[in-house]
Design a protein around this ligand. Structure first.
Ligand code: PHE
Length: 354
């Protein structure tokens, strides 16, 4: 269409209108047919595009009259094409889905979710309770010198307590696998001044015959508080509250005289049997009580090793076996289950159960 007159434009426009009538986008059978319609009218060389381009050759007055008409027609056509396109695409998706063998209503595979080992969960729970009472977490090496494991805890060489603990000895260099985490308490006292409140959770080693309730490798949480005027009453109050938080508010506790070289006086702490409430059952061996902790007031001799003045400071210490707590709380009958890493066992213990 070279330089345009009004008459030419009118006739081209009339032609366009009748062409549009016979090419209704709503009737396009598929996306290809629809694209053909779009190109025919709205493509770079499309008839409506051309018409709009040539509008500039007409006088201003006519441009004002005809321009909006043609623009409106273009807008309407674009809308119709877009609507039909969306419709055809939806139909194509539905057809593809009905042909495919995918069943989107099937449940998805659950991703395998990791969880903490029941012993780790139990340690965290104990640490949480004790941290609310002001104790902070301390760690030390698993392989210890005899000094930290025994001597500084007032267990001199040839003291029978060294045998009581069934120690694993390393020959060269002469070290021991730590038999309790009390060794960490000495290290902690050496490196900071009192007052002090720490717990020492961790793995310990004893040359034990392995059976349903004994393991050569097990875990402890030991605690130590040092301050001015700490007495046995502080120990009693702390452990009574700790055990009630751990096993439930109705838990009964009792303190029986005992012996540890590093505490004086010392106590064994029992809880009223959680299974028979004291009437006697197989778990408590008909006694109504379960042995839970070793504890006591820190022996002044221990303070001398770490240069704490026993006249100025006093303290209490306690140690509790993690496996025993976990077995009681979770109803586990055999300690060996903790170490076999059988997923059928481990997957039963969700954090939420603890
Ligand atoms: N260390 C002792 C043990 O392993 C437990 C204990 C800790 C006892 C602190 C008294 C005070 O058996």
């Amino acid at each position: 269409m070279a330089s345009l007159t009004r008459k030419n434009w009118d006739s081209a426009y009339a032609k366009l209108k009748s062409a549009l009538k016979s090419a209704d986008p709503a009737q396009a059978a598929d996306l290809d047919a629809l694209e053909k319609i779009r190109l025919r009218f709205l493509g770079r060389k499309g008839s409506l595009t051309e018409l709009l381009k040539n509008l500039k050759d007409l006088p201003l007055k006519e441009r004002r009259e005809l321009g909006p008409q043609a623009q409106a027609r273009r807008g309407a056509l674009e809308e119709k094409i877009a609507a039909r396109k969306a419709q055809l695409e939806t139909q194509a998706d539905a057809a593809a889905l009905s042909e495919s063998s995918l069943d989107l209503t099937l449940p998805a595979f659950m991703p395998a979710r990791g969880r903490l080992h029941p012993l780790t969960q139990t340690i965290s729970e104990m640490a949480k309770i004790l941290s609310l009472m002001g104790f902070s977490w301390a760690e030390g090496p698993l392989v210890e010198s005899e000094y930290y494991n025994f001597e500084a805890l007032n267990i001199p060489a040839h003291h029978p307590a060294r045998d009581l603990q069934d120690t694993f000895y390393l020959e060269d260099p002469p070290l021991v696998m730590r038999t309790h985490t009390s060794a960490v308490q000495i290290r902690a006292m050496e490196s900071s001044r009192p007052p002090l409140r720490i717990i020492c959770p961790g793995r310990v080693f004893r040359n034990e015959e392995v059976d349903a309730t004994h393991s050569a490798v097990f875990h402890q949480v030991e605690g130590l508080a040092v301050d001015k005027n700490i007495t046995f009453a502080d120990l009693k109050g702390t452990l009574d509250l700790f055990l009630k938080r751990l096993f439930g508010p109705d838990t009964r506790t009792r303190f029986i005289p005992s012996y540890f070289p590093f505490t004086e006086p010392s106590a064994q702490v029992d809880v009223g049997c959680l299974f028979c409430s004291g009437s006697g059952c197989s778990v408590c061996k008909q006694s109504g009580w379960i042995e839970m902790l070793g504890a006591g007031v820190v022996n002044p001799n221990v303070f001398k090793f770490v240069n704490y003045d026993p006249e100025a400071w006093s303290g209490f210490a306690f140690g509790i076996g993690v496996e025993r707590v976990a077995m009681l709380r979770l109803g586990i009958k055999d300690i060996r289950d903790f170490y076999e890493n059988d997923m059928r066992f481990l997957s039963q213990f969700d954090e939420s159960l603890i």
